[in-house]
Write a protein that binds this ligand. Structure first.
Ligand SMILES: *Cc1c(COP(=O)(O)O)cnc(C)c1O
Length: 331
């Protein structure tokens, strides 16, 4: 089994902005992309992306999960990075058409087709460190993925970091390359020193998120996660899970969560914690590591409510439960 996101469909959808207008969408080989070495993105990180999935249903149809919300977020990321605006309806057609072209290659559940729309600043202008790129390129890559959980569904170990930040506060909502490169050092250090899987960034004691997933605390009927602000990524999976939790009658609390409260609640039997994101869906967190000490969350294993919420989400994605919120798009 190849690593998540390392296999690509041979073609991608692409459109270029020349400073005044967007080209018609083309389908080209996904093997390479020609850019000037002075392209804005390569020097000043004018780049943003999305991650969403298409699923195969039992009747053979293929559905894309929450496409509109992901396109909206890409448009917002583009705006915040000074990248040219694009037509969200055109982007939707780009995604639908390229997925339709490779519909036969969409894996059956628990696999899916991971969709990676990307927007980059292409202007050859190394003098523009403080000026946006006038030209850009949008493309949509496809990567068939298997079950993220092969190799055992193990609860994760998270290192709580209350000193560092994942990214500057105004960049939290942007799915932009530099944010990930910038968070690598603390994550590599946490892996080496504490055998942690991820770092949970909690600047000043404020529990935010990990390098690429949102954090949820599940304590009995309560589900607690940070309220939306500009400092962290507004996950579509987070929103979906909270919606399903409300449907199940859970007490959803979007508010500040401190490290102190997190550690106190974690010690209670039955407490659970999880990470949410398109790739991992909802993954149990079994251990928190803080100031050199380990704190099991509840029983330290896979949480029952976490599994129930993940299944409820998968059931909608896989066409096994009714799509009551209108989250699926047909090709
Ligand atoms: C993508 C991402 C998430 C999860 O967002 P989803 O829309 O649920 O996939 C959370 N945090 C960060 C930093 C991310 O990049």
């Amino acid at each position: 089994m190849s690593a998540f996101g390392s296999v690509f469909m041979p073609e991608m959808a692409i459109s270029w902005f020349d400073g005044s207008q967007w080209s018609d969408t083309e389908v080209v080989s996904s093997d390479s992309l020609q850019l000037h070495p002075g392209a804005h993105v390569l020097h000043y990180s004018s780049t943003c992306f999305e991650g969403l999935k298409a699923f195969r249903h039992e009747d053979g149809s293929v559905k894309i999960f929450r496409m509109d919300k992901n396109i909206r977020r890409l448009a917002q990321s583009s705006e915040l990075l000074g990248l040219p605006a694009f037509d969200e309806a055109v982007m939707a057609d780009m995604i639908r058409d390229i997925v339709a072209r490779f519909a036969d290659d969409v894996p059956a559940p628990p696999g899916s087709m991971y969709i990676r729309p990307t927007h980059i600043g292409t202007e050859p202008a190394i003098g523009k460190a403080a000026v946006p790129s006038l030209t850009s390129c949008l493309y949509v890559l496809l990567s068939p993925v298997g079950d993220y959980f092969t190799g055992g569904d193990k609860a994760l170990r998270l290192l709580l970091d209350d000193e560092g930040m994942r990214c500057p506060p105004h960049m939290g909502v942007v799915k932009s390359g530099g944010n990930y490169a910038g968070a690598l050092q603390p994550i590599m250090k946490a892996r080496a020193e504490f055998q942690a899987d991820q770092v949970l960034f909690c600047p000043g004691g404020d529990v935010q998120e990990t390098g690429a997933a949102n954090f949820l605390l599940i304590d009995g009927n309560e589900i607690i996660t940070k309220a939306l602000d500009s400092s962290f990524l507004h996950g579509v999976t987070r929103d979906s899970i909270l919606t399903l939790a409300r449907d199940m009658g859970m007490d959803v609390q979007e508010r500040e969560l401190t490290v102190e409260e997190l550690l106190e609640r974690s010690a209670r039997p039955g407490c659970e914690a999880a990470l949410s994101g398109t790739a991992a869906v909802l993954t149990s967190v079994g251990t928190l590591i803080y100031k050199g000490q380990e704190y099991p969350v509840g029983n330290g294993g896979i949480g029952e409510t976490t599994v129930r919420l993940r299944r409820a989400l998968n059931d909608i994605q896989w066409g096994k439960a009714e799509d009551t919120h209108g989250w699926l798009t047909s090709l």
